[in-house]
Ligand binder design. Sequence first.
Ligand code: UDP
Length: 328
Amino acid sequence: MAVLVCGGAGYIGSHVNKMLSRQGRETVVFDNLVYGHREAVKWGQFIQGDLKNPDEIEAVFEKYPIDAVMHFAAYAYVGESVIDPEKYYMNNVACTLNLLHAMRKHGCNKIIFSSTCATYGEPEKVPIVEDMPQNPINPYGASKLMVERVLRDYGQAYGLKYAALRYFNAAGADPEGEIGEDHTPETHLIPLVLDAASGKRPDVKVFGTDYPTRDGSCIRDYIHVNDLGSAHILALERLERGGESDCFNLGNEKGTSVLEVIEAVKKVTGKDFKVTLTDRRPGDPATLVGGSGKAKTVLGWEPRYADIETIVEHAWRWHMRKMGEMNQ
Ligand code: UDP
């Protein structure tokens, strides 16, 4: 039996695909390569296809004995989702309905879904726990919340078993340096700071220094991509044992400010670079920190790489390797 990894050529999907393969599982990666990278799929089968075409995803279920799905395929640029919400609802919601339809048709009833802390919107307090209100403030978060609701309803009506994993800020890279984060365009803090450290960009911009935080910059909860990966595997194993469908936050329960991330990068890389203080980026809450007690208790999850310097070190190793390959 095999695990279908939708979006397995992307950042988080490619890391989880590697971890599943290392566990000895068969995997089938399905990805349209719009944002994913073919070279990130070094494990399992690869099928290029798009969830917007029901025939393409159904063909995968016809060809392979898929008994569970991990669904990473989505657009995830918050700002873009505000400008072009249709793109997000079509891709993140409608395409997921096609996937769930194919699963139903082929008797596959287990799915691990990539949700997000963006489903909570502006939190009333931190750390955020799972039963706090979900009031997303952008179409990206809303699209993920819609899918959570669909999963709940399909669970009740059709017996679908699911885990919705609400990620905080995914960061870091494969500790063995084989794969890492590679977005075009890049909007995420850590890769941008690494670009400044390696001289690829002239500076790093700090979006806002007047937030009500300890140093005025935004605080986020950075979680290593392999720690996300181990939670996916534990969530799948739980469903395989007959566990109930549920939602889990995945974070380190620890906030790191933008300025602290920059300091960690300077320390790990030994490089100095220009830091430009600029205005706030619209839509950024001051502080997002996730309470992950539920994942720890129910799934037995324990992050291995919680330290920001370790996260940065792994990301830097990958960054240097990629730069080296580009210069060859
Ligand atoms: N950020 C920043 N400069 C950048 C990119 C991001 O100061 O060039 C800040 C951003 O305002 C946020 C934090 O870094 O507070 C993390 O942003 P990112 O885009 O990595 O993730 P998000 O929290 O938006 O999911």
